[in-house]
Design a protein around this ligand. Structure first.
Ligand code: NAD
Ligand code: UDP
Length: 319
């Protein structure tokens, strides 16, 4: 049986990856320090014979008992308000955490896939974004802590590949959504869902003309799964190219939830990218992958998840 370590296992993407690899017949070791994750995301795996969990901060020396065939490094705050609140930890998990996991991959002779992001393109001057675009990031802006940690993460990963011959994979993830997103993590989908369910106005930042392209989690997990098992060593964009402005998206959510809410406008956060859309030609070519779930379908599933939250969860404030 193949053995895989998933860091960030109690988070949104990490928990779905644990599910997928268990279903594929792997033995999964989940690791997390719960800084932005939640026990509840992996509760259903407790006691599963092919799942074990280690509570650990990956910025400290990492070890696991036994052999490892694969590592998926997904530990990192991912939402702007999370990484603005814990900027140093964000830099550390991208830099020191990645270094520790690359070292572990060397020691175990394992293949490692790291979770990079569309944020390496910053506020892009090329549209849609192709993997050969170098990006437009403000190193000293508030978002720089995340963007630069991820850029360093890619550099050190390629250095381990070139210098040590380590088997590495890099996925550049574009905005992904679905069940198990944290209601209060500040990202636009949980923010709008929570507002709709509480009967509050939906907060659009800026004039709402900025665009994003939202990928359903099952499609994202399929892309990551294929990339891990592929022979391709360079970064690959995984995301859904269907782009929408935030203003139109707010209207879509109001229609979906049947809420009688209005939209209100707030200041645009500093360095908030104006547009974002993945070019997925490379993923199509090397992985034979493209998204299958359209936004209407994916958002309906996601809304069902948020509707299932308790009143206490719905009204809990974090920020
Ligand atoms: P998340 O916040 O739900 O999950 C991240 C998990 O990492 C959490 O459970 C958190 O507790 C854990 N973690 C953070 N620092 C840690 C540390 N030092 N040691 C151990 N565990 C730690 O976020 P997510 O959306 O699931 O994102 C997962 C990964 O995917 C991140 O690396 C993120 O940068 C990347 N990503 C996500 C998206 C997206 O749209 N969801 C987009 C681009 C990149
Ligand atoms: N956004 C918004 N209202 C909110 C939360 C976010 O208008 O309540 C905007 C945000 O400014 C950005 C877009 O929605 O332009 C996506 O934000 P998110 O935090 O989900 O992801 P990212 O900026 O990292 O793509």
């Amino acid at each position: 049986m193949k053995r895989i370590l998933v860091t960030g296992a109690a988070g949104f993407l990490g928990s779905h990856l644990c599910d997928r690899f268990i279903n594929e017949g792997y033995h999964v070791i989940g690791m997390d320090n719960f800084i932005t994750g939640d026990q509840k995301n992996i509760k259903h795996l407790k006691g599963h014979t092919n799942f074990e969990f280690v509570e650990h901060d990956v910025t400290k020396f990492v070890n696991v008992n036994g052999d490892l065939d694969y590592i998926l490094h997904f530990a990192s705050p991912a939402s702007p308000i999370d990484y603005l609140k814990i900027p140093i930890q964000t830099l550390k998990v991208g830099a020191l955490g990645t270094h520790n996991l690359l070292g572990l991959a060397m020691a175990k002779k394992a293949r490692i896939l790291i979770a990079s992001t569309s944020e390496v393109y910053g506020d892009p001057l090329v549209h849609p974004q192709t993997e050969d675009y170098y990006g437009n990031v403000n190193t000293i802006g508030p978002r720089g802590v995340y963007d630069e940690a991820k850029r360093f993460q890619e550099s050190i990963t390629m250095a381990y590949h070139r210098f040590h011959g380590l088997e590495t994979r890099i996925v550049r993830i574009f905005n992904t959504y679905g069940p198990r997103m944290r209601l209060n993590d500040g990202r636009v989908i949980p923010a709008f869902m929570g507002q709709a369910l509480r009967g509050e106005d939906l907060t659009i930042f800026g004039d709402g003309s900025q665009t994003r392209s939202f990928c359903f989690v099952d499609d994202q997990v399929e892309g990551i799964y294929r990339l891990l098992l592929s022979d391709y060593q360079y970064p690959v964009n995984i995301g859904n190219p269907n782009e929408i402005s935030i203003k139109n998206f707010a209207e879509e959510i109001i229609r979906l939830t049947g809420a009688a809410n209005k939209v209100i406008y707030k200041d645009l956060p500093i360095n908030d990218p104006l547009q974002r859309q993945p070019d997925i030609s490379l993923a199509k070519k090397v992985l034979g992958w493209e998204p299958k779930v359209d936004r209407k379908q994916g958002m309906a599933i996601t809304f069902e998840y948020f509707k299932g939250l308790s009143q206490e969860e719905l009204y809990k404030r974090e920020h």
